[in-house]
Design a protein around this ligand. Structure first.
Ligand code: UDP
Ligand code: MG
Length: 310
């Protein structure tokens, strides 16, 4: 069920997914066949260190409509997704995780809403009981904080699993940034969007490759890619501290005029110096974060390198 220009492109980034790819295909292909539309399933092997690539290649000989793109090394999920999006040919694209945490049967809802005239149909998790408490809490805090300080709002509990039409894909491809926070990029382009809800299942097999540190970095990426509020806030913190310092200074002057010269206060001075030193370092750190990103962007390196595509 596939032709040269398919209607649907399914985009699956894979990193160490040898245990999940076969299961994924067995679940995904029947759903795609039910749609009666032509399709391509693009697997992007993101530098896996296990047997993912050979598994994918053998599955390719068993089923038609499967493309395997092999990246030259591990570029990360966002880059792998970008590769898949760039190389897809379908009228609509659907990025999906290969671990079956995104239920393939939702594709029918996506197609229905696409036929109803929506350019973007996103899947929203109504229940995250399969995620740990810490992951749920940190995700919630991240969305709250991100949406407070960024102009582009990311809908809560929405992942990369969605349907997008070619016009949306073309808009995304006009975004040249190297550091790709896909959720933000998807939201940034806009278009008529419909949300469909689903329950998120635990991983079918294998292990998550997103530990706490990786997620923290992703959150930083998200915030610094779509907001300059952390840079601007130092203006206000600086003003507030200067104002407080002025009041405190005036009080000392008045006190000295009325009561004469006081004993020197070592404790208060050292506290203030340390406090201000800390504040300045935080400000510097935030600036460093942005300068680092500027530096990386200014190199204009490709987002990913394709080793083979067939
Ligand atoms: N992934 C990838 N490159 C990476 C890390 C992950 O392509 O460097 C893929 C992975 O194979 C999976 C998807 O991204 O298809 C989501 O990863 P995972 O299930 O580990 O994340 P979680 O669902 O826990 O957020
Ligand atoms: Mg997963």
């Amino acid at each position: 069920m596939s032709s040269n220009t398919p209607v649907i492109s399914i985009i699956c980034p894979c990193y160490n997914e040898q245990d999940t790819v076969a299961l994924f295909i067995d679940t995904m292909l029947p759903e795609l066949d039910k749609t009666q539309l032509s399709y391509e399933v693009i697997f992007i092997n993101d530098g896996s260190r296990d047997q993912t690539l050979s598994k994918l290649k053998s599955l390719q000989t068993e089923h038609s409509g499967i493309r395997v793109i092999n990246l030259a090394r591990n570029f990360g999920k966002e880059a792998a997704l970008t590769a898949g999006i760039d190389l897809s040919k379908g009228e609509v694209i659907v990025p999906i995780d290969v671990d079956l945490q995104d239920p393939p049967e939702l594709i029918h809802d996506f197609i229905r809403e696409w036929n109803n005239g929506y350019d973007v149909v996103v899947a929203k998790r109504i229940d995250r009981t399969s995620d740990s408490f810490a992951k749920k809490l940190s995700a919630e805090l991240f969305y709250k904080f991100h949406n407070k300080i960024s102009h582009v709002k990311i809908p809560e509990n929405v992942g990369d699993y969605r349907l997008m039409t070619r016009r949306v894909v073309s808009a995304i491809q006009q975004m040249p940034e190297n550091q790709r926070f896909m959720k933000g990029i998807f939201s940034w382009v806009g278009f008529k969007t419909k949300i469909v809800e689903y329950k998120r299942d635990p991983r079918a097999a294998g292990e998550t490759s997103f530990n706490g540190w990786k997620l923290w970095n992703l959150a930083l990426e998200g915030i610094t890619s779509f907001s300059t509020a952390p840079l601007r806030i130092w203006l206000y913190i600086g003003c507030l501290i200067s104002f407080l310092a002025f009041i405190y200074g005036s009080l000392i002057v008045i006190k000295t005029l009325i009561y004469g010269i006081d004993d020197p206060g070592y404790a208060s001075i050292i506290t203030i110096i340390l406090f201000l030193g800390g504040i300045q370092l935080i400000g510097l750190g935030v600036m460093g974060e942005y300068i680092g990103r500027l530096f990386m962007e200014s190199k204009r390196r490709p987002i990913y390198i394709v080793e083979e595509d067939n």
